[in-house]
Design a protein around this ligand. Structure first.
Ligand SMILES: [Zn+2]
Length: 187
């Protein structure tokens, strides 16, 4: 297995949190957890990036220029009153929006502090937000929220296809493969 920069025990904690939030939201341990619902539970408001940008160039960046997929996903901002909010790209596919939001919620749950803190209300496209370890943590935790181990085990036991899992959990095929690799639950 590839060496991980994650702290020892982080993956176990991530699985525990995925289970706890499902319990709090009355979702079965193998059930689908919606990022919008989790954000609501955590009282983190989600805004569409289109509420902050309107000129054609920025909308083009959100949509992805020349038919390419947009690189810009989401970011967390701290308001003047100290509340955290998430601004996300509504032009990304549904499965991508879920992983974008789960990733940002993971940063918030881990209480990660950004390298750069000062914002006006401008969307800083493509900026570096967090250090490498924090990024890896958010990637791991966000992915675990979407596809916790019990979800993967349930899918394997019931012979579900990747397509089925993707639509049932609202997760991209790339995300499913990432989780199959990191959990070693292959099917
Ligand atoms: Zn991040």
């Amino acid at each position: 297995m590839a060496t991980s920069i994650l702290k020892r025990g982080f993956k176990t904690d991530a699985e525990r949190l995925a289970k706890e939030y499902r319990e709090k939201l009355k979702i079965h341990p193998c059930g689908a957890l919606c990022a919008f619902k989790l954000a609501e539970h955590l009282e983190v408001p989600i805004f569409s990036a289109t509420e902050f940008v309107s000129d054609e160039k920025d909308i083009g960046l959100l949509k992805g220029l020349k038919g390419e997929l947009s690189e810009w996903s989401a970011l967390t901002m701290v308001t003047k009153s100290g509340n955290r909010i998430i601004i996300h790209n509504p032009y990304n596919s549904n499965v991508r929006q879920q992983s974008d939001l789960m990733h940002e919620l993971a940063h918030i749950i881990c209480n990660h502090q950004r390298i750069q803190q000062v914002y006006n209300f401008e969307i800083p496209f493509g900026m570096l937000e967090y250090d490498e370890v924090q990024e890896e943590e958010a990637k791991c935790l966000g992915a675990t929220f979407q596809l916790a181990k019990p979800c993967l085990l349930w899918a394997r036991k019931n012979g579900k296809t990747i397509e089925y899992i993707s639509s049932y959990f609202n997760a991209s095929e790339e995300m499913i493969r990432y989780r199959m690799n990191t959990t070693n639950i292959k099917f």
